[in-house]
Ligand binder design. Structure first.
Ligand code: NDP
Ligand code: OXD
Length: 309
């Protein structure tokens, strides 16, 4: 059974080489060179051309090469019978937590401000908040959000999280559902978005949400660009309610050259690198599912197509 890689943007060669290194005899194909379409049962995908999977009448599994699956589920022509899996990987989880921590510490200790002062040769010591004085709210307490929340807690921050269903996490205040969102926001001085993109979570980082945060709140979006209403962020930064934002994901990626985020003094832009799947680390679970599919065993890390994550 071949594996086909259907990927418009991510590390195709790296995946081919890693799969071949593990299984030299594996028949790895790269879309659109699919060979006989009826032979294809297993696809590895990232940002595929919409409608592409309809070409494979026997397709059974689409494996996302990342943690998110919104790039697959947005396809209106997704075959109904296909299972969708995602990456759950310790390295991916660790990298996300360290990246978010770096953004939090950069903001709390104003390292950007000191770099600016250095450029002007200014020696200006500023007061700073200590970790225990700061409430951090993590939206999404799944694989990435819960680990990130726990790591921030270990540094001494007061951490709380919000999910769809109730959660218990040691030393972390947890909130669930729309009815508890306002209470969660009210004490989140730093708001970290680690939600999956679904119809319920799209545009959740909007003016109404921002207004419920304490004054001077800081936004970190490492989930998806479509979570954020861009104009609302700019307005709330410019009117002084929000103190800044670090954004790793955008509605349009790469971020267009003329986009206002590039030059906004209180927005930090990074190019969707918070946590990048390493094929060497993730290949085992792909091959495990490939084997399971052939043996007709239940697959790992299957997402719910109804929930959207
Ligand atoms: P999970 O599926 O493990 O967790 C999702 C969490 O979000 C769950 O806790 C879930 O609640 C919660 N959630 C979903 N819908 C809602 C809702 N309507 N209201 C409140 N909470 C909700 O996802 P991961 O942690 O693995 O990944 C999260 C996202 O991070 C990915 O979907 C992807 O978009 C992004 N990502 C970004 C990367 C980057 O480099 N920037 C890298 C990797 C991922 P419950 O537990 O109750 O179901
Ligand atoms: C992912 C991502 O979902 O990189 O893994 O965004």
């Amino acid at each position: 059974m071949p594996i086909i890689i259907v990927n418009q943007s991510r590390y195709i060669r790296h995946w081919v080489d890693t799969l071949k290194a593990k299984r030299p005899d594996l028949d790895v194909r790269v879309y659109p060179d699919a060979g006989a379409p009826e032979e294809i049962e297993f696809a590895l995908a990232w940002n595929h051309p919409l409608g592409a999977f309809q070409e494979f009448p026997n397709l059974k599994c689409i494996a996302s090469t990342g943690a998110g699956v919104d790039h697959i589920l947005r396809d209106p022509d997704l075959p109904a019978q296909v299972q969708i899996t995602r990456i759950v990987d310790e390295n991916l989880t660790h990298d996300m937590a360290t990246f978010v921590t770096a953004l939090v510490l950069n903001h709390v200790r104003d390292l950007d401000g000191y770099k600016e002062a250095q450029r002007e040769r200014t020696w200006a010591q500023k007061r700073y908040l200590r970790t225990q004085d700061l409430g951090i709210g993590v939206m999404g307490l799944g694989v990435l959000g819960s680990y990130t929340a726990l790591q921030l807690r270990k540094l001494g921050f007061r951490v709380q999280g919000w999910a769809k269903s109730p959660k218990v996490l040691e030393d972390i205040g947890t909130y669930a559902g729309p009815e508890e969102l306002d209470a969660f926001l009210a004490s989140s001085r730093i708001l970290v978005c680690l939600l999956p993109l679904t119809p319920e979570t799209a545009n959740i980082l909007n003016k109404e949400t921002f207004q419920k945060l304490p004054k001077d709140a800081f936004i970190i979006n490492v989930a998806r660009g479509e979570h954020l209403v861009e104009q609302d962020l700019i307005e709330m930064l410019d009117d002084g309610h929000l103190s800044g934002a670090s954004l790793d994901v955008f509605r349009e990626e790469p971020l267009p050259e003329n986009h206002p985020f590039w030059s906004h003094p209180r927005i930090n832009v990074t190019p969707h690198i918070a946590s990048v799947t390493n094929p060497e680390s993730a290949v085992e679970q792909i091959l495990e599912n490939y084997d399971r599919l052939q043996k007709k065993e239940p697959l790992l890390n299957v997402v719910s197509r109804t929930k959207g994550y």
